[in-house]
Design a protein around this ligand. Sequence first.
Ligand code: NAD
Length: 370
Amino acid sequence: MTVPVFSHPEFDGHEEVAFGHDPESGLKSIIAIHNSARGPALGGCRMWPYESEEEALTDVLRLSRGMTYKAAMAGLDLGGGKSVIIADPKADKSPALFRAMGHFVDGFGGRYIVAEDVGIAVEDVEIMAGETRYVAGAGNGGAGDPSPATAYGVFMGLRAAVRKRLDRKSVAGLRVAVQGLGHVGRELAGLLSQQGAELIVADIHYQAVEAAVSELGARAVAPEAIYDAEADVFAPCALGAILNNDTIPRLTAKVVAGSANNQLAEGRHGDALKARGILYAPDYVINAGGLIYVSGDARKRNGAGFDQEAALVRVAGIQDTLTEIFARAEAEGIATSAAADRIAEERFKKPAAPAPRASAASAPSPSWVS
Ligand code: NAD
């Protein structure tokens, strides 16, 4: 079967899509750079046992485009890119695989900067860092795991959405349905619980659910039942495309605010949420905390020291960005997802042609890469 690239429905004018293969380590990877008008493309690497190459390509294209909007919306001088490794993170990890991935990243000479995503841990990025300096979110004095910052940003954004839609200053007493208890979902659940929210949780991993029940007093439901749970807020923190024709009519929540990337199965589902009176905090806005945080590696690498406090203040700014989006959506009578897209596009679509690709050897380093 032929897999289309330029005519792929998710292609959306990508600047570059590259396929990396290393037979010795078994690496099969795709790096996609959507837009670099604002700067080098920083985006995580996802390791997932995709059922087909087409599924992997679709995912990386969607994720990469999302990063362009995310960086622009967060006001960062970064473009959008992403990578995927087609393999099972529970069975296929090896130092050789991540060295090969680091080598693949290095070939871009800084136009693409890799970080963690689903299936990839800080240790994996550190192995890649042995092959390339174009990494963000590694340990050793760097920003480290971005997930807690992502969760903090989602928490602050969720509060802004609750203020707007439910006229509530705090989450105390609100029922929040959290889908996915991984790096971000578990941390978010902890923050919500500390602030007095009632948790309803689901995950496909039994142990993660059990821990949330015993440690946070959460109520567990089956993965498929989370959409039907009686809740004030739905917080999707697992995988994408979970807001669709099947699930939107089932939601009882008045607010959707979670970390998952590409939550809307299609753009029109933003309108479907609006039509149901559900306030949607656009995914790439509310989940930008990790990106904002690791972009703080810039300051550290330039010798000024990684300033965690300052990075978290910038992450908290997500609530103001969302408030601006909610106001624009209301003023223009459009879905919040459409309002976010308009603001982001105003920021990254500029008339100048993209810079020609420099060779790896001669490419200038992005100012913040040591
Ligand atoms: P993770 O892999 O640590 O956690 C995902 C969790 O979702 C896992 O516990 C998994 O078992 C669970 N899950 C998978 N399918 C499920 C289903 N059908 N129902 C319920 N649970 C299911 O990933 P993460 O780092 O926590 O990221 C979660 C989401 O947030 C992803 O979409 C990711 O792209 C996005 N995101 C993460 C970050 C970050 O900093 N980690 C930043 C931005 C966006």
